[in-house]
Design a protein around this ligand. Structure first.
Ligand SMILES: Nc1ncnc2c1ncn2[C@@H]1O[C@H](COP(=O)(O)OP(=O)(O)O)[C@@H](O)[C@H]1O
Ligand SMILES: [Mg+2]
Length: 380
C-alpha cells in the first residue's frame, strides 16, 4: 500500500465490513445511505463496491453540479440519463447491439443530450434494437415534466435489458438545492424510486445533519434509506495503517512517531495519508521529532489551509464565529462568553451540525470533529 492524498481509492484499508454490508444491501434491493464526515473514506468504499458489482451501474457526484449556492439540475439530469444510456448499451445482448451503426447513432445522440441544456424528451426502445432519443424543446409541461419522465428511465432500461441497475449519488444532500427551481423534487424522487424494484439506489453524504433532516418524519425520504455510518479508524487501526504504509514505502519508523501522529490526526484516513507522504519526504526516520515537525508543517501547508478555509468560508457568520470560538478552546468546550445572541448561537450550532463539523459531547459542550480543521481555524 502506498500513501495517497486527495483522490479516492478503490481498495481502502480496513473497510471490509462496510464494503460487505453495502454489497449485501445492494443484493437485497435495499436503498442505502453511506454517511460520514468529509475525508473519512465514503467514496473509496463506494468505488470498491462499484468495481466489483457486475451489473450496469452509474456513479454521479452531485457536488460536481453545484454552482455557487445553487445546483445545475438540468446538467445533472442530462449527465444522469446519458450515463445510463451508455451503460445500458454496454449490457445489451450483442444481437440487439447489431448493427453497429445503431450503436454509433446511440452514442451520437448521447453526445447531443450531454450538450443540450434545454428540455429533454427521451424515447428508449431497446427491444426493437434501436435507441431513440428525441429532444423536444417545445413540449407542453416544459422541463418539469421532462425531468419526471427521466426519473422513469432507470426502471425502463432495467426492464428492457433485463438486468438490475445500480445508481450511486455521492454527496446527495446537495440535490436538495434543486428544490429552489423544482419544488417537490425530492417528493418526485421518492415516489418514483420506491416502485423501481429493479433499480438499486445508493446515496452518500458528508453533511450528516443535513442528510438526517432529509430523512426526518414528514420528509419525502422518511424511512427509505438504510444507513451505513463510516467512522474514523480506531487508534490501533490508524497505527497499523501508518506502520504498514511506511513498511511498504521501505521507511524506518519508531512506535512513538506513529503514536504521536495518530494522537494529532484522530483516525481520519485523508490526514493519515497526508502525514504519510509528507513524513516519507521530510524525515529519514519516522520518530516523535519527525511526527511533531510534520504535523506543524501540515498546519502551515497552503494546500491544506485552502481546503479548510474554503469549507470555513462557506459557513454563515454565526457558524464561523462558534467554530472559531470552540477551536480556540482547543477544539472542545462550551460556549460561555461567546458574543452572540441565543438565537444566533442556535442558528450557528444547527448549521455546524448540519455540515457535520461538530458533535455534542455533554450538555452545552461541543467538539470539532476534524482535528486539522480545529487547529487551522484558529489561524484564520
Ligand atoms: N480506508 C482507506 N484506506 C486508505 N486511504 C483512504 C481510506 N479511506 C479514505 N482514504 C483516503 O482518504 C481520502 C478521502 O477519501 P474519500 O473516499 O474521498 O472520502 P470521503 O468520500 O468520505 O470524503 C482519499 O485520498 C482516500 O484515498
Ligand atoms: Mg466523497
Amino acid at each position: 500500500m502506498k500513501f495517497i492524498f486527495g483522490r479516492p481509492i478503490d481498495e481502502p484499508f480496513d473497510r471490509e465490513e462496510e464494503i460487505k454490508a453495502l454489497n449485501e444491501l445492494i443484493s437485497r434491493n435495499q436503498p442505502t445511505a453511506v454517511l460520514g464526515i468529509r475525508r473519512i473514506g465514503k467514496t473509496s468504499i463506494i468505488l470498491n463496491v462499484l468495481k466489483n458489482q457486475n451489473i450496469p451501474k452509474i456513479y454521479i457526484n452531485v457536488e460536481d453540479f453545484i454552482e455557487g449556492k445553487s445546483i445545475d439540475i438540468i446538467g445533472l439530469f442530462s449527465y444522469f440519463s446519458s450515463s445510463l444510456l451508455s451503460e445500458a448499451i454496454k449490457f445489451m445482448e450483442p444481437r440487439k447491439r447489431i448493427p453497429i451503426v445503431l450503436k454509433e447513432k446511440g452514442e451520437e445522440a448521447i453526445k447531443t443530450l450531454r450538450e443540450i441544456l434545454g428540455y429533454i424528451k427521451i424515447n428508449f426502445n431497446i427491444n426493437l434494437g434501436k435507441v431513440e432519443i428525441f429532444l423536444d424543446s417545445t413540449k407542453k409541461g416544459g422541463i418539469k415534466e421532462s425531468l419526471k419522465e427521466l426519473l422513469d428511465l432507470p426502471q425502463e432500461i432495467s426492464e428492457n435489458i433485463n438486468k438490475k441497475i445500480l445508481i450511486v449519488l455521492d454527496e446527495f444532500q446537495y440535490l436538495k438545492l434543486g428544490e429552489q427551481n423544482f419544488p417537490g423534487l425530492f417528493h418526485s424522487l421518492r415516489s418514483k424510486w420506491q416502485f423501481q424494484n429493479n433499480v438499486e439506489y445508493v446515496i452518500s453524504g458528508s453533511a450528516v445533519g443535513m442528510l438526517e433532516n432529509i430523512f426526518k418524519k414528514n420528509q419525502p425520504f422518511y424511512q427509505f434509506f438504510f444507513p451505513i455510518y463510516i467512522k474514523p479508524f480506531c487508534k490501533d487501526k490508524s497505527e497499523e495503517f501508518l506502520s504498514e504504509g511506511f513498511q511498504d514505502e521501505g521507511k524506518t519508523f519508531l512506535e512513538d512517531g506513529i503514536k504521536k501522529a495518530v494522537e494529532y490526526l484522530d483516525g481520519i484516513p485523508a490526514w493519515l495519508n497526508y502525514f504519510g507522504i509528507k513524513s516519507v519526504l521530510e524525515c529519514r526516520t519516522i520518530d516523535e521529532k519527525c511526527a511533531n515537525k510534520v504535523i506543524e508543517d501540515i498546519y502551515k501547508d497552503p494546500v491544506i489551509q485552502v481546503i479548510i478555509k474554503d469549507e470555513y468560508n462557506k459557513l454563515g457568520k454565526n457558524a464561523r464565529k462558534i467554530l472559531k470560538f470552540i477551536a480556540n478552546k482547543g477544539g472542545e468546550g462550551n460556549l460561555r462568553g461567546i458574543e452572540l445572541s441565543r438565537s444566533s448561537i442556535n442558528e450557528g450550532i444547527k448549521s455546524l451540525f448540519n455540515e457535520g463539523y461538530i458533535e455534542r459531547k455533554d450538555r452545552g459542550v461541543y467538539r470539532i470533529i476534524d482535528p486539522i480543521m480545529s487547529k487551522i481555524v484558529t489561524m484564520l
